[in-house]
Design a protein around this ligand. Structure first.
Ligand code: OSB
Ligand code: MG
Length: 375
């Protein structure tokens, strides 16, 4: 069947969605997420995408304002230029825009959703997913004190999450890790620094983390500190997992060649889309490098796409994919994601994303519709 992706219109919406509890990382604290959504319209169908930028460029250089600007000035006009035969062609169409991977990914996601609906297939099927459910982990923010952190960890452990990730930063690391490991000797535990440490300044603090038997230590150093990560990996037993550093196939190859990391966190928004994310998965799978799917506190829209991605065979470690209720009082999609027995999320089976966006639940602060000329 030949289909053409040639939307008549694209809508951008900025919504506000309060988290069930504040989420603090080494770079900041969030109570309410401001989320840029994309809706592409064609022949009575609508495809949804979610942009994983935040209100400010704290995790990476993009933010909601840059994503909106790049979408309305360059990406949406190039979508209106000529029909696409496939969602995977989007990457070449927008290659002239340097950087801005999160903005590109949001539109790509909407195109995949639309394409899947047109051909009546789920993203899991289109992408070669092999699993019906994916292992769920949970990411726990920096807490004001140790007792409250232990209560949170106990709650998620009891719910059945397969691994717990603790956010750490200089001065909020050994005390926290010691307490959690002591209270829960058997849980699968990881730590994520979001690039907050420096090499060689923090050598001792990092090397001594081996005692906690972490499954992995995520992004201890700044994204461009390749030699620092490689030297740290030579000094510790714990596998380093790269998040912020891996932004492309080329940086993936650099990471593996230098042994700057032994595990890769794949976030589609960070690498410029699901097409690139799948290629990164394929290279890692061939080389036996374990990967898992990262998260950016997505709504059910982004989560549906990420769960489909995580159904590929190389995603062998627990993902940052948690139930809707871990993030939101009420998710904006139906059905919401629920934690299944054993600590899994089910992979949607319906066409496209396989979830329905409930428009009435969107608290829209700003929206704009862009029309293709001549429709
Ligand atoms: O580094 O993995 C990260 C959230 C925002 C920005 C960066 C990160 C995170 C998370 C959240 O850890 C994981 C999730 O969405 O469940
Ligand atoms: Mg991370």
């Amino acid at each position: 069947m030949t289909v053409r992706l040639y939307p008549e219109a694209v809508e951008l919406l900025l919504i506000r969605l309060p988290l069930v509890e504040p989420f603090e990382t080494s770079f900041g604290r969030t109570d309410v997420r401001e989320i840029l959504l994309v809706r592409v319209l064609q022949e009575g169908l609508e495809g949804w995408g979610e942009c994983v930028t935040d209100h400010a460029p704290l995790y990476s250089p993009e933010c909601n304002g840059t994503a909106r600007y790049i979408m309305e000035t360059f990406l949406i006009p190039s979508l209106f230029q000529a029909p696409l035969r496939h969602a995977s062609e989007w990457l070449r169409r927008v290659a002239f825009v340097k950087g801005h991977p999160m903005a590109k990914t949001a539109l790509e996601m909407a195109l995949w959703d639309l394409y899947g609906q047109m051909v009546g297939r789920s993203l899991r099927d289109l992408w070669g997913g092999t699993k019906d459910r994916v292992p769920a982990g949970v990411s726990v923010g920096i807490h004001p004190d140790v007792p409250s952190l232990l209560r949170t960890v106990e709650r998620y452990r009891a719910e059945g999450y397969q691994r717990i990730k603790l956010k750490v930063k200089p001065g909020r690391d050994h005390e926290v890790l010691t307490a959690v490991r002591q209270a829960f000797p058997d849980i699968v535990l990881t730590a994520d620094a979001n690039a907050a440490y420096r090499w060689p300044r923090d050598r001792t603090v990092l090397v001594t983390m081996d005692v906690y038997r972490l499954q992995l230590l995520e992004q201890p150093l700044p994204p461009d500190d390749w030699l620092g990560h490689a030297r740290l990996q030579r000094a510790i037993q714990t596998p380093i997992c790269l998040d912020e550093s891996v932004t492309s196939l080329a940086t993936l190859r650099l990471a593996l060649r230098l042994r700057a990391g032994l595990i890769i966190n794949i976030k589609p928004g960070r690498v410029g889309g699901y097409t690139v994310a799948r290629r990164i998965h394929d290279v890692c799978y061939r080389r036996g490098v374990p990967v898992w799917c990262g998260g950016m506190l997505e709504t059910g829209i982004g989560r549906a796409a990420n769960v489909a991605l995580a159904s590929l065979p190389g995603f062998t470690l627990p993902n940052d994919l948690s139930a809707s209720r871990r993030y939101w009082m009420e998710d904006i999609v139906e059905p919401p994601f629920e934690l299944q027995a054993g600590g899994y999320l089910g992979v949607p089976q319906g066409p496209g994303l396989g979830v329905r966006v409930v428009r009435a639940r969107l608290s829209v602060g700003w929206s704009q519709t862009y029309w293709r000329d001549g429709v």
